[in-house]
Design a protein around this ligand. Structure first.
Ligand code: IP8
Length: 270
């Protein structure tokens, strides 16, 4: 059964300026914080990305999503930068009347497997006035090996366990684009496990500063989530009212791309 819950990912391209190392987009953060504050009717769990904080240092220290024995100093620096970004986001939320509570990815995952008991706790908190916030991070996998865990993957973990009624990725585009020349938004993707994320214009782009796969990763995770029966909306987080629309009215009345919940073996775009 779908739970009354909005699971929202604030992309790194929304909460930071991706082309400027270690710079938070304070206006965008407080825009979304105001939206969260206004949404009183539904429990909310937030995830945020790394943008020009975590990705910047991960590139500098040669760290990836592949588990390996990375430089210990690099691990601390990447993690610290994500905490610094999280603090900016949390500060803005509190200022805007939200009651956030940070849960580090490390405490939600063991050996790359999400801990249901912890994710269930996030939901219990969300139901009682707290907004749990987690974020992509460097995590210990096993035996001294670490990897970068994307907030997009955390979205899939949480969705599979909690089955939220609304799953929203806030990005810095109008949604998924058919191609990059015209930037025409695809309004609806009839989700399928076998659609190749690389079919989509902005999912084909390579961003050297994004070590978790950028828009392509987002679309891949969104397709995984939709294949489990949960609709996914991709909206422009730089226009915070789009997030409000998506939460309040859902896929029938919002601006962006919806990936329909389906598990058929073929896909369609509109
Ligand atoms: O931006 C990546 O999270 P994402 C986090 O959600 C780090 O993919 C540490 C690069």
């Amino acid at each position: 059964m779908r739970r009354k819950l909005a699971l929202i990912k604030m992309g790194g391209s929304v909460v930071t300026f991706k082309d400027r190392p270690l710079s938070a987009n304070n206006a965008a953060i407080s825009g979304i914080a105001r939206v969260i504050s206004s949404l009183k009717e539904i429990p909310i769990i937030l995830v945020h990305g790394g943008g020009s904080f975590g990705h910047y240092w991960s590139v500098r220290y040669g760290m990836h999503t592949k588990p390996a024995r990375y430089d210990a100093h690099g691990i601390s620096i990447v993690h610290q930068s994500m905490i610094a970004l999280n603090q900016i986001i949390i500060g803005s939320m509190i200022k805007n009347g939200v009651n956030p509570y940070t849960v580090c990815a490390m405490s939600l995952i063991n050996h790359n497997i999400p801990l249901k008991v912890k994710i269930d706790q996030m939901y219990a908190m969300a139901r009682t006035g707290i907004v749990p916030v987690t974020f992509g991070d460097v995590i210990h996998i096993s035996d001294g090996k670490y990897s970068i865990l994307s907030g997009d993957v955390i979205m899939t973990f949480i969705s599979k366990i909690l089955n939220p009624s609304k799953v929203i990725f806030a990005v810095n585009t109008e949604g998924i684009y058919r191609n990059m020349e015209e930037k025409q938004t695809i309004h609806e993707v009839t989700g399928s496990k076998v659609i190749d994320a690389g079919l989509f214009g902005n999912a084909r782009e390579q961003t050297p500063t994004d070590i978790t796969g950028g828009m392509r990763r987002k679309v891949e995770e969104a397709l995984k989530i939709s294949s489990k029966g949960v609709e996914v909306m991709i909206v422009n987080g730089l226009k915070p009212e789009r997030v409000t629309q998506a939460v309040q009215f859902g896929p029938e009345n919002f601006e962006g791309t919806v990936i329909r919940a389906r598990s058929r073996r073929s896909g369609r775009m509109r």
